[in-house]
Design a protein around this ligand. Sequence first.
Ligand code: ZN
Length: 690
Amino acid sequence: MLPSFKALSSRRHFLHRLGLAGLASSLPICRLLSARAAVFAASASLPASSGFRNRAPLAANAFYFLPLGSIRPTGWLESQLRIQANGLSGHLGETWADVGPDSGWLGGKGEAWERGPYYLDGLVPLAWLLDDARLKAKAQPFLDWTLDHQAPNGMIGPASNNDWWPRFVMLKVLTQYQELTGDNRVIPVMDKYLRHQLAELPQRPLRDWGKFRWQDELLSVLWLYNRTGSAYLLDLARLLHKQGYDWRSQYANFQYTERITSDYLKLKEGDGLKDLALATHGVNNGQAVKTGPVWSLVSGSPDDRAAVLTMISELNKYHGLPNGMFSCDEHLAGLDPSQGSELCTVVEYMYSLENSLAIVGDPRLGDRLEKLAFNALPGTFTDDMWAHQYNQEPNQVECSLHQKPWTTDGPESNLYGLEPNFGCCTANFNQGWPKFTNSLFMRSGAEESAHESDDGLVVAAYAPCEVRTTVRGTAVHVVEETSYPFRGAIRLVINPAAPVKFPLHLRIPAWAAGASIRINGEAAPQPVPESFARVERMWKAGDRVEIVFPMKPRISRWFHDSIAVERGPLVFSYGIGEDWVKLRDRGMTADWQVYLTSPWNYALKVDADEPEKSISVTEEAVGEQPFARKDTPVKLSVKARRLDAWRAEDGAADPLPQSPVASGQPEETLTLIPYAAAKLRVTAFPQCKS
Ligand SMILES: [Zn+2]
């Protein structure tokens, strides 16, 4: 019989506090080993329904993901996932050969690199979160082929391509699939593969994409270590770090502060993928945001853990855009809101933020995650999710075949279509909504956290869902009802199987001044913006937590002192009149150009000190397509004047004039709608002189 969890927990806490160096100097080695073995047993004995924590000697997370499948989407979020399932995600292999029946990841002669794993990385959680038999049946043959065709030396995947990089993605797929199904093939296959990789890496080291994305494999290595405790996995973690690119140094002394051009990269010399191009590549940087936190679990360094905030701050300072993204079309592209961001970068940045939030526990990471999820992600798809862009722009006045303003991308980059510019996003976008859903609730760290006996639930991001998990040994069902981000009211109903005491941590966004929390109708202390509000009590079935975030319009400052209008986590845009012109059919979908049918060059007249006085709000019901323009749930009205000198050339708005600006044109009332609803849009506006 195992000792009680509490006894082992406090021992683990003791070991954690000391650190390994402290242990080595203060305890005989045999005692160290037996103490660590006991810790391993403690972790392995945790019930699967509440998930795994980090094994010693890994540092603790602030929060832990719930096992995939614990959180189910409801309300508008379920509608959004169903739109995805009924769109390209649920039919991709029927119309796009790269993930079709001849895929190399099904043993065929077709595409054998990243596209199969990319697709599954989103299809697997989508299928199981919706409990959709049709989608599961699409994913299962890929999973079976990978699990049943491991080479005798441990290698997985198509034999025709031995690149490590696409296998990083397939490992992420396998970890999700194992959590969802418990399929007992997964862990032995991963274990044999990673032992092979550890033996092989010294002769065949990480290169190009793998070298710059090593932290994504590290997540899967640590996932397996938390389940098996095999020490070689920590050796592999250190080898990945050693062979991988040093992102922390890049951002400690950030040199890439300007728009990166192809001349600068000298791509035209045909040198292939040089390190300079890879270090300034948008998707690589989006993935790299998580590097510091993930590596900090091995290094134990608080500086590694904090590096995520430095990275985001530098990206924002030199390449930040009002939709929450940094520019990358496809290299870092500066502050002009006519520059684009690649869809792969949106979903990878989200995934980095989700993992960083879990490890670090900083509420600002949740604010940015919501900004991407509710703006940049839906803004780059058609309403039915049958077509997407490669690059989206905050100021996007035309979607057509044009070369300007992209740093290194091609002329199809902002068309809505099947695979505009390049097909990576077509395969990779699928992970965005399902992984966001899985990040809404987390568990708070236990004995290692700031609170000695924490072990509660965390609301990390807000959207309608329900959660089934185990807290302190008691089954707990939570229902979250809300129309957030379109409204500020959120209701949680907590239903434990028996009364149980635990803390609930509620993320209070930085913008949420004046927020309130009521428990069963009684006011709780007023929460502080940019924090987690902690509500600890003996929870009983039917307990209600009601949160209200005041949704006042506010403005933010961007390129050339331009302004963007925000309300809650939503960014608002002027929706330019759109004319959708089909460029060509693409199997079950099509490629579209979008041309404007109305003026767009407006300067806004708002009171910067009290923006809510010059911006009025209209709310309507949330429809089946929450981000569609035709029935958008919230609109803003604001005064504006045309600005004749601000023009567009070759499909892109010229750089914004420096604000404030003067205009002799008559005053008009402009309607602003959520960023995602406006496929042609102006988001960063010049500000009119008063
Ligand atoms: Zn892409």
